[in-house]
Design a binder for this molecule. Structure first.
Ligand SMILES: *Cc1c(COP(=O)(O)O)cnc(C)c1O
Ligand code: SF4
Length: 352
């Protein structure tokens, strides 16, 4: 058992110790809903085998250690445990079998397939492109719009990146490259340093942005070799992190953010508004404050992309606007994210 219940009901990291390296943290991650439940002293029937078959469970122990044992509604657990709600949705495979899909729920909700400029290169917006650097993630988030993306068709690694790099090198209308995925920080630093160096050598590229959730779940990922490539780049380096709840932030995470700041990296956060996880003014306020207190600025709060298996996380627009209103009236302006939704074909994320 990794955690023991403290007097106040919070987790105590009694026998848990972080893996010595991020690669080892990946190796020993929990990949099965039932063992996740057992670890948190929850009934194993909470885990759905069908959900897990559709999108596997993957949760590093470093992240699980921040969950409250015996709480089936823990906001971190809800993000990673495949539950029965996923396949009880109208129109999903395991429902009656006769219903058709709701028109708004699709496999490619955000138009990724239409925006491909090459294998693994997406351009939806002016002057910036998004490179799918890796198909892998360090955590599987049940609400993720990429749970249906055909990553298998994108060759990751140097060979797969070459064609994207050639396109970016030729296109002088671009000034920013976004490394995304999956998650770019699941790639080894030796390869990442090579990739950053290739991009950094293109004089028209002024900014390199890393979209990542790895430092949230495995803070040891912000290791010496990462800091070295981050601080040696000519182009400005931005990290857009993905924290959804204040309980995701502990001392090891704060340490990782401090290392990034010292390397000169600008830190932003994008969160997803999720029913049952962070859909109250209080939860959002705590998240925003925890972020700015470690000098990470809330950038976007996303309305959920409606994909199969994630509809039970949906929060309606009126409730979302109420939460934002409450944040604006209690927080400094820099601590309030923009509430947006992604609509295929629009020139930017769309304000709600
Ligand atoms: C969200 C997204 C971006 C980034 O948009 P910003 O508003 O600049 O943060 C860029 N490219 C694609 C394909 C995206 O989905
Ligand atoms: S792409 Fe991001 S949100 Fe989706 S599963 Fe990976 S880490 Fe989670």
């Amino acid at each position: 058992m990794a955690t023991i219940l403290a007097a106040d009901g919070g987790p105590v990291e009694a026998t848990f110790s972080p893996a010595p390296s991020w690669q080892q943290a990946m190796k020993r991650a929990i990949r099965d809903g039932r063992s996740l439940c057992a670890r948190l002293r929850l009934p194993e029937t909470l885990a759905s085998g069908v959900a897990q078959e559709q999108f596997s469970v993957f949760a590093p122990l470093e992240y699980v250690a921040r969950m409250r044992p015996e709480d089936p509604n823990d906001p971190l657990l809800l993000q990673v445990l495949g539950r029965h709600e996923e396949h009880l949705e109208p129109g999903s495979h395991a429902a009656t079998g006769v219903g058709s899909s709701p028109p708004e729920a699709t496999l490619d909700a955000v138009g990724d397939l239409a925006a491909q400029r090459g294998a693994g290169l997406l351009q939806k917006y002016d002057s910036r492109v998004l490179m799918i650097t890796s198909g892998a993630c360090a955590v599987h988030c049940r609400y993720c719009f990429r749970r249906h993306f055909p990553y298998g068709e994108v060759a990751p690694g140097k060979l797969g990146w070459q064609s994207s790099l050639a396109i970016i090198r030729r296109d002088r209308s671009l000034d920013e490259v976004i490394l995304s995925g999956g998650d770019p920080l699941t790639v080894a630093d030796e390869q990442l340093a090579w990739l950053i160096k290739q991009i950094d050598a293109m004089p028209h590229i002024q900014r390199i942005r890393i979209h990542t959730r790895v430092p949230v779940v495995i803070p040891q990922r912000i290791c010496d070799s990462l800091v070295r490539w981050a601080e040696s780049s000519r182009a400005a380096i931005f990290f857009v992190l993905h924290f959804n709840h204040a309980a995701e932030i502990d001392d090891s995470v704060r340490g990782a953010m401090r290392r990034l700041r010292r390397a000169g990296v600008t830190l932003l956060n994008q969160a997803v508004l999720l029913r049952g996880v962070n859909d109250t003014p209080r939860a959002q306020r705590e998240l925003c404050l925890a972020l700015v207190n470690m000098q990470v600025l809330p950038y976007y709060l996303h309305q959920l992309d409606l994909v199969h298996g994630a509809l039970h996380f949906e929060v309606d627009d009126d409730q979302a606007r109420d939460i934002l209103h409450s944040l604006r009236s209690t927080l400094p302006g820099y601590a309030v994210p923009k509430l947006v939704r992604e609509i295929a074909g629009h020139a930017s994320k769309t304000p709600v």
